[in-house]
Design a protein around this ligand. Structure first.
Ligand code: NAD
Ligand code: LMR
Length: 288
């Protein structure tokens, strides 16, 4: 029995609620949106699948859920160059949803961009312990990285740390073979541009992120202890504090069980520290 609340049930939140329902990950869901008519319609649409689950649109039920997803706010259009550009426009949505998360004792998953800064902001604003604030993005970035590695005929598992944004850090040192710096930079450039190709074509990324968010929710619900690339509020790990950033972490029912510190090579370390500087600066701006 897992209960899930989704705050912001537009393209991504709606798809996550649908997937969590049809995949049997959650059997109790609460859907909240500032557009109450949309939340009502999404609830009805899910109920019309005929799946046996309970669906609420009462915001008072948000804080009772085992897992809460924050996906409310504005998404990028082709005119919005970076996810960081969404900070000030999405803080009001974070504040609105934070009001429902006071004293929250479940696991919060942050989706809304800039995801790392919003994860840090909600951790502080709602006093939710950092272990229970998981930022989503690394699994999606890793899937994209894996696609590019395939294009270049490079074998190995794809991992992406750092910021879910311009400062993402694909790991090449964990691959079996050496990848020269010019190829690393070429692949990183493609990764930075990859979601915009989807946004331009269909108005937003949905299937890719929703699939991986559902998988993250399942890992929490099923207490798998799997190691995944997720954004964690750092307190000295990797030499960084004062922001949330993508790192390998063990995930279970209580949230982040362990942050794992991997040895990065010089190229990765330099980019990880750039990511930390960028994320810390955004987090400070959010706190102002
Ligand atoms: N982390 C990731 O990998 C990832 C992936 C996809 C999308 N996103 C981000 O998720 C967010 C949502 O994207 P989307 O495509 O679903 O957008 P969307 O516009 O389709 O849906 C957003 C929903 O949030 C609601 N909303 C806005 N302000 C609100 C508030 N104050 N309180 C409650 N609800 C509010 C809107 O009514 C809308 O239904 C964006 O910031 C987007 O960039 C992140
Ligand atoms: O790129 C975006 O703005 C949406 C999301 O963060 C994504 O990576 O698909």
């Amino acid at each position: 029995m897992t209960s899930l609340s989704v705050m912001g049930v537009g393209k991504i939140g709606g798809e996550v609620a649908y997937l969590a329902s049809v995949l049997g990950i959650a059997d109790e869901i609460c859907l909240y949106d500032s557009n109450a008519a949309l939340a009502h319609a999404q609830a009805l649409d899910i109920l019309h699948t005929g799946i046996d689950l309970s669906v609420s649109t009462d915001p008072d039920d948000i804080s009772g859920a085992d897992i809460a997803v924050f996906s409310a706010g504005i998404a990028r259009t082709p005119d919005i160059k970076t996810r960081a550009d969404l900070l000030s426009v999405n803080l009001p949505a974070a504040d609105d949803c934070a009001a429902f998360l006071e004293g929250y004792s479940g696991v919060l998953i942050t989706i809304t961009n800039p995801m790392d800064a919003n994860n840090y902001y909600l951790h502080r604003r709602c006093s939710i312990p950092r272990e229970r604030c998981i930022g989503f993005g690394g699994q999606l970035d890793a899937a994209r990285f894996s696609g590019y590695l395939g294009e270049y005929g490079i074998p190995g598992d794809a991992w992406v740390l750092g910021e879910h944004g311009e400062h993402q850090v694909p790991l090449f040192s964990t691959l079996p073979g050496d990848v020269p710096e010019d190829i690393r930079n070429e692949i990183l450039g493609k990764m930075r541009r990859s979601s915009m190709e989807v946004i331009r074509g269909k108005g937003g990324t949905v299937f890719g992120p929703a699939w991986h968010i559902a998988s993250l929710i399942r890992n929490v619900a099923d207490n798998t202890h799997a190691v995944l690339p997720v954004s964690c509020v750092l307190d000295g790990e990797y030499g960084v504090s004062g922001c949330s950033l993508g790192v390998p972490a063990r995930i279970g029912q209580s949230g982040i069980e362990e942050i794992i510190e991997w040895d990065l090579d010089a190229w990765e370390k330099a980019r990880f520290m750039e990511a930390a500087a960028a994320s810390c600066a955004l987090c400070r701006r959010a706190d102002e």
